[in-house]
Design a protein around this ligand. Structure first.
Ligand SMILES: [Zn+2]
Length: 282
C-alpha cells in the first residue's frame, strides 16, 4: 500500500538531526517535509536531498547540508517506487506565522530568507498563513499578515503551490487566498468547519487530514470527498512518526465509508499531484 504524508517536519525528528543514518523511510512511504523558519527550511532541504539521493536522483542543487556524510549507509529504503521519478521526499519552504510574529526585523529579513530558500528548489511554499491562537497582539498579527501576503505574492509570481497554516483565522486566510492568484493550495492540519472546507475547495484548495479525530473534521471530510483530500501526520508534533499516517487514513476511511486501501491510494495520488507538478519555479 502506497502512502503519502502530505505534511511533516523531518528536521524536527531527533533521529534525523542527531543520527541522520538511523532514519528509515517506511516501505511505500512518500512525504513532504515542511520548513517554518529560515533554519528549518535549510535543514529540511538537506534532509530531502539526503533521502532522495538514496535513489540516485538528488532533487534540486541544494545547500549541501549533510553532503559530506554520504547516504550509503541509510537502512530501510529498499522500495524506491517510480511515481515521482525516484523522489520520495518533497520539500515545502516558508516562514510560518508563529515564526514571523516575533521577528522584529521581519520586513528586512524575509526577503533575504526567500533568496536563501529559493536555492533549495522547494516543491511548494509553506507553511505560511495566519495563527490568531499564538498571535495575540496587533503587532504580532500585523507581522503575520505582512509575511503571509509577501509569500502569497511570491507563490503567485513563481507558480508554486501553497501549504497553508491556519488557526482561528479562517475568514482572514480565505479572503487573502482569494485575492491572490494562487494556483493550488492545501489547508494543512485542517481544523475548520464543513463550510470552511467547502469554501476552501471552491477556491481550488485541498484539505489535509491530521491524525486527530473530532466530529467537525469528520463532517468536513464527508462534505469534501476523496477527490479533494490528502492525509498528513504533522509529525513529530501531532503524529509521532510517519506511520501515524494510518490514523489519518483511518479517519478518512471511516468518514467516507471507503476501504483503507482506497483512502491511501487516493490521498497518495492527490498529494503527488500537488507536490509533484512543478510550477515555473524560482
Ligand atoms: Zn506543521
Amino acid at each position: 500500500m502506497r502512502r503519502f504524508d502530505a505534511h511533516c517536519h523531518l528536521e524536527s525528528y531527533e533521529g534525523l538531526t542527531v543520527q541522520p543514518r538511523s532514519f528509515a523511510l517506511p516501505e511505500g512511504m512518500f512525504c513532504a517535509t515542511s520548513g517554518f523558519s529560515a533554519e528549518s527550511n535549510e535543514k529540511n532541504a538537506g534532509i530531502r536531498d539526503m533521502l532522495n539521493s538514496e535513489f540516485g536522483k538528488p532533487s534540486g542543487n541544494s545547500s549541501g547540508f549533510h553532503e559530506s556524510q554520504g547516504i550509503a549507509g541509510l537502512p530501510g529504503i529498499s522500495n524506491p517506487g517510480n511515481a515521482a521519478s525516484g523522489r520520495r521526499v518533497f520539500l515545502s519552504c516558508g516562514i510560518a506565522p508563529q515564526t514571523a510574529q516575533d521577528i522584529e526585523k521581519i520586513h528586512d529579513l524575509l526577503p533575504l530568507w526567500i533568496e536563501q530558500y529559493r536555492a533549495f528548489k522547494p516543491d511548494a511554499i509553506g507553511e505560511i498563513g495566519l495563527d490568531w491562537h499564538w498571535g495575540k497582539t496587533d503587532l504580532q498579527r500585523n507581522r503575520q499578515i505582512w509575511a503571509f501576503e509577501y509569500q502569497l505574492e511570491l507563490a503567485e509570481r513563481i507558480g508554486l503551490p501553497v501549504v497553508i497554516h491556519c488557526r482561528d483565522a479562517m475568514p482572514e486566510v480565505l479572503s487573502r487566498i482569494e485575492s491572490y492568484n494562487v494556483k493550488k493550495f492545501m489547508m494543512h492540519c485542517f481544523s475548520g468547519t464543513q463550510e470552511d472546507a467547502l469554501k476552501s475547495v471552491e477556491l481550488g484548495g485541498i484539505i489535509s487530514v491530521p491524525p486527530l479525530r473530532n466530529k467537525d473534521r469528520k463532517k468536513a471530510v464527508k462534505a469534501v470527498g476523496l477527490a479533494r483530500l490528502v492525509a498528513e501526520t504533522d509529525s513529530p508534533y501531532i503524529g509521532k512518526t510517519l506511520n501515524d499516517i494510518n490514523v489519518s487514513l483511518q479517519i478518512i476511511s471511516d468518514s467516507l465509508s471507503v476501504s483503507l486501501d482506497d483512502a491511501a491510494e487516493s490521498t497518495f495520488r492527490n498529494a503527488l499531484q500537488f507536490y509533484g507538478g512543478k510550477g515555473s519555479g524560482f
